[in-house]
Design a protein around this ligand. Structure first.
Ligand code: GLA
Ligand code: GLA
Length: 688
């Protein structure tokens, strides 16, 4: 048996024992003639590329017909990469089925909610529940595992690509059959399902499993628990595909780690990565920064959560962009400095591989206007020079940082996938709620205060933290509610917000006043929600404005302090935010509206202080820079990212700058606008 720990990071074929940052891209040589391959290899060496992801969309080239295979070109490029010191993250190539397969078996194509077939012509047109698709995909996976399992360049296996990016929900008959099987596994009896789905509502009671369907187009709101279970099922169906490919790969190559690229904060929010993170040998993520002034904060949030999913272990930034993408309405290039800043901010949160989509910008096809490491202009270009410089920084300036781990913060922000699903559904008190936005708001408040925070999934060990912020924790099973009780009883400080603790795992309301299982903990009870229409505001007695939501709150415990009250509107005089200090030193705070940024920061400042969680930054740097810490055995590394467009003087910080800061004479190092610097500091100074 192989020790699973041996698989928890890349197998580096050249010098296996030296820690280093991976640097590279998706590489699609099949789009180019042979002479370009030689230039590719030359330029990869110049850029410091040491790993590429190969074969992601190569199925139609590798298997031109059901019984014909063409591995010659892949053999050749694998060999050439190896000779050039470049490792390969080899895709199983199953992401996009070839035309011969979908022509012979149109029953592998997904079907939409409204019954339309998703035809070939783009990519990822397959149903995860199709036995026919599964058979062909596993045959290809087996063929690749057999042929390349022993190839010296192989560093990792890459299952499919962005599973669920375009096929997260399939409503076909295959899906219906698999959904029923999944429901039988969950509820055992049809009565169990009737209870969970509350089917006495609107005459939905089932008497036979065959009557149960995916939530296809219906006359009005489809049963909410049916929708929630379909979201769970759809995530599990894709996860099963991941498992099926992974098992073949593990059987053939027990020592080679298996990963697949997540889209943790992507526009597709259907895969429960908190759950999927347990299925891969190491976590990989794709992230595309928003081209707006808050983009870097959102990037940091995504990187931070990816680090949380990786549970402190190294993770792989599988894709990001060197400059523009091609899929937003307008796609501006990155400004000078942003390429390095974006990459290093992921490294700051524990990424040990920094890769792009893609190596060479395509000349044709749907992504020809998407940036790459080698742009249309060629290597004599700003993008390529920046790419090569970053390759140098990772290999030289930051060499000693590779293999170190992100140090835990003292505060955690809980991100809950099932609440995200439950809150974005129809038939709710408000359709304006968004778990991602609310979590990002609180994250930004932490950045503004200069207080480090770890974004973690609900099943993480948040009991380790002094302060836990769990915004919009809407779906709250009894077991999680008890964890919150225990956490606060043990001295922890909890902050939660509006519309939290409202339903159980079946999406049934906790009765007797909201938020059912949190009422005693918070020392309050809510009789009625009062969501606010778009654009409407309410004023609080400290001058704050609230949007989106308000609650009619009754304070029920003498230990509950009212922090702010509503100052106008129908709730005037009522509590808007509260904090209950419990015997034993812990506390539980509640915020009933979406505060404006300034007052959210002010409230969080107070709550962090009361929890004894302080900024580790000198006063004048708080909010202007983001700080994270990675620690090794001999040294720790303080990553500082400039959140402003001005240079920031690092006056009061000691430590040796390894990269990204300008040092002149005796002057303090200066962090460039939008730049990231890394200071080497003694472990004792920063690590928890
Ligand atoms: C995703 C896909 C890539 C490519 C990029 C473009 O990340 O995995 O194949 O389409 O988007 O941004
Ligand atoms: C209609 C229907 C009711 C109920 C209400 C909700 O009046 O007849 O069953 O759905 O709408 O407003």
């Amino acid at each position: 048996m192989t020790d699973p720990a041996a698989r928890d990071w890349l197998r580096w074929p050249h010098e296996p024992d030296r820690a280093r940052f991976g640097y590279g891209a998706d590489y699609n040589p099949e789009q180019w003639p042979r002479e370009v391959w030689e230039e590719d290899l030359r330029l990869m060496r110049r850029a410091g590329v040491n790993i590429v992801t190969l074969g992601v969309f190569s199925w139609s080239r590798l298997q031109p017909g059901p019984d014909t295979w063409d591995f010659g070109w892949l053999d050749e490029i694998m060999d050439r990469l190896h000779e050039n010191g470049i490792a390969v993250d080899l895709a199983t190539a199953t992401a996009s089925p070839p035309a011969w397969l979908t022509t012979a078996h149109p029953e592998v194509l997904p079907v939409t909610r409204t019954g339309e077939t998703v035809w070939p012509g783009a990519r990822q047109h397959w149903r995860p529940t199709s036995p026919v698709f599964r058979r062909y995909a596993l045959a290809l996976t087996t063929a690749l595992a057999e042929r390349y399992g022993g190839h010296p360049s192989l560093a990792a296996w890459h299952v499919s690509n962005e599973l669920g990016c375009h096929n997260a929900h399939d409503y076909s008959d295959d899906a219906a059959a698999a959904f029923r099987a999944w429901l039988r596994g969950r509820y055992a009896t049809i009565d169990g399902l009737n209870h969970a789905w509350a089917t006495d509502f609107w005459s939905q009671r089932y008497t036979d499993w065959d009557q149960v369907l995916p939530p296809r187009l219906a006359a009005s709101h489809v049963n909410p628990t049916q929708q929630l279970d379909f979201a769970r099922f759809s995530s599990d169906a894709l996860r099963d595909h991941l498992r099926a490919e992974r098992e073949i790969l593990r059987r053939h190559t027990p020592d080679i780690p298996v990963t697949t690229n997540f889209m943790v904060m992507g526009h597709v929010q259907e895969m429960n990565y908190a759950d999927w993170a347990h299925e891969v040998d190491f976590v990989s993520n794709d992230h595309y920064v928003r081209p707006d002034p808050t983009g870097a904060d959102e990037l940091s949030f995504s990187a931070n959560l990816t680090g949380g999913l990786a549970r402190g272990r190294p993770w792989y930034l599988m894709e990001h962009s060197t400059s523009a993408v091609n899929w937003r309405a307008v796609n501006p290039p990155k400004a000078p400095g942003e390429l390095a800043r974006d990459s290093l901010l992921h490294v700051a949160h524990g990424a040990d591989a920094v890769c792009y989509f893609q190596w060479r910008q395509s000349a044709a096809g749907a992504e020809k206007y998407h940036s790459a490491m080698v742009p249309h202009a060629g290597s004599d270009s700003r993008v390529f020079r920046d790419v090569a410089e970053l390759g140098r920084v990772l290999a030289e300036d930051l060499a000693e940082v590779a293999g170190t781990r992100r140090s835990p913060a003292r505060a955690a922000l809980v991100f809950d996938w099932e609440s995200r699903w439950a809150v974005r559904r129809d038939s709710l008190p408000s359709s304006l709620l968004n778990v991602h936005t609310e979590a990002l708001d609180w994250y930004t408040a932490f950045l503004d205060l200069g207080v480090r925070v770890d974004v973690v999934p609900t099943d993480a060990d948040w009991e380790e933290y002094d302060l836990v912020v769990a915004p919009l924790l809407h779906l709250l099973p009894g077991a999680t509610a008890r964890r919150l009780d225990d956490y606060v009883a043990g001295g922890g400080h909890l902050v939660t917000t509006y519309f939290s603790g409202i339903v159980d795992e079946n999406d049934h309301v906790h009765l007797g006043g909201y938020p059912g299982p949190l009422r005693d903990l918070l020392g309050l009870s809510i009789e009625e929600f009062a969501p606010l229409p778009e654009g409407a505001r309410v004023t609080l007695d400290d001058g704050a404005t609230g949007t989106l939501w308000s609650d009619r709150i009754t304070v029920t415990s003498p230990e509950t302090e009212v922090l702010t009250r509503y100052a106008d509107g129908p709730l005037a005089g009522g509590a808007a935010s509260t904090r209950r200090a419990v015997p034993g030193g812990g506390s539980a705070a509640y915020v009933s509206t979406r505060l404006d940024d300034e007052h959210r920061v002010a409230l969080l400042r107070r709550l962090t202080r009361e929890a004894g969680v302080d900024s580790e930054l000198p006063e004048d740097l708080r909010g202007r820079v983001e700080a994270t810490v990675r620690a090794g055995e001999d040294a720790a590394y303080l990553f500082l990212t400039n959140r402003t467009d001005e240079p920031v003087k690092l006056d009061e910080l000691s430590g040796t700058p390894l990269t990204g800061a300008d040092v002149t004479g005796e002057e303090a190092p200066v962090l460039r606008p939008r730049g990231t610097t890394v200071l080497r500091v003694p472990v004792a100074d920063v690590a928890r």
